[in-house]
Design a binder for this molecule. Structure first.
Ligand code: PMP
Length: 320
């Protein structure tokens, strides 16, 4: 987003409440900025034009996850999951969004002294929400490479926490992939098993069943990943297996895709210049993409519990 557009946004900070983007400032010596000691979330909201409704996706699971990430980093959020959910709805109402949105809650070590550590440093919490279209252009499918960078290990920077500093690892992988002409990177764990994309979880389809790395493969335990497992099992009647995956198993699989809050369901059409299946977006992936899109836009009553409408907040705001 352009800086001039950002200036008009309302953001939330725990210290200041609802303020203009430009009025929420971070000092140069802030621990989180210097040492990467922060954690965040990426939440999507989808505009349903027929209903004129903005639906926010999986609010509570995202705030439950940031609570866990904060615990790993010894950060005190100072807000309950319910309070963060309510604040997010209010923030969207105040910004009067009529488009898809991306919401970025961020908690970080806010002390401004020199000395890397987690303990005894004050914490800060903020939420920024912006209009958002697409994160990666995956309409024709992604050409992916295996990264030469290995995924951070749980005993160095835990991948199950969404920790700001760990995204240096993702940035290495993403830039290497794109600068070599690929769309995305598939990262392996230190032991050589498939872990995940730079900011997405990985699935392959083998003998008509979904296979995805289990939680011990240094993955972020993705909320979209859980949604895909639910759709595959309950709606499409497919088998889902969580286990370790070898790199060359992927070369021979039927179909593969990445998924994440920002990326949605992003089909993979090649890995390391080898076609996945026939090199086109596969039929099972297409069914999953369609079911996911219907669910997140509020068009499938079976998945209403995933989404939170914001219009009741709009009416209260208009009346008040
Ligand atoms: N892995 C990483 C490293 C990510 O950054 C993300 C995006 N949050 C994901 C997986 C997907 O997680 P989610 O579906 O919860 O967005």
């Amino acid at each position: 987003m352009e800086l001039s557009q950002l200036a008009n946004l309302t953001v939330y900070t725990k210290d200041l409440g609802y303020v203009r983007y430009d009025d929420a400032k971070v000092g140069l010596l802030t621990h989180g900025l210097n040492y990467g000691t922060g954690c965040f979330e990426g939440i999507r909201g989808f505009w349903n034009a027929e209903e004129r409704e903005l639906y926010l996706l999986h609010l509570a699971p995202h705030y439950e996850r940031i609570t866990q990430s904060a615990k790993i980093l010894d950060i005190n959020l100072g807000m309950s999951v319910d309070e963060m959910v309510e604040t997010t709805i209010e923030l969207c109402v105040r910004n009067r969004f009529e488009s898809d949105v991306y919401i970025r809650p961020l908690a970080y070590k806010a002390g401004q002294d020199v000395g890397v550590r987690l303990h005894g440093v004050p914490d800060a919490f903020a939420i920024v929400a912006i209009p958002f279209n697409r994160y990666i252009d995956s309409e024709d499918g992604l050409n992916v490479c295996t990264s030469s960078w290995r995924r951070v290990d749980d005993c160095s920077i835990p991948a199950r926490g969404k920790i700001t500093g760990a995204y240096v690892n993702s940035a290495f992988a993403k830039s290497e992939a794109q600068q070599n002409g690929f769309d995305e990177a598939l990262m392996l764990s230190a032991d050589g098993h498939v872990s995940e994309g730079s900011a997405e979880n990985f699935f392959m389809i083998k003998r008509d069943a979904l296979v995805t790395p289990d939680a011990s493969q240094n993955i972020l335990e993705g909320i979209t990943r859980n949604s895909i497992i639910e759709i595959a099992r309950d709606l499409l009647g497919l088998e889902v297996c969580e286990r370790s995956i070898d790199r060359t198993e992927v070369y021979g699989c039927q179909e593969a895709f990445l998924c994440g809050s920002a990326a949605g369901v992003a089909p993979i059409v090649s890995l390391d210049r080898r076609a996945i299946g026939n090199g086109k977006i596969g039929p099972i992936t297409q069914r999953i993409m369609a079911a996911y899109e219907n669910a997140v836009r509020g068009r499938d009553p079976r998945y209403r519990s995933w989404i939170t409408p914001t219009s009741s907040g709009r009416k209260v705001s208009a009346a008040g």
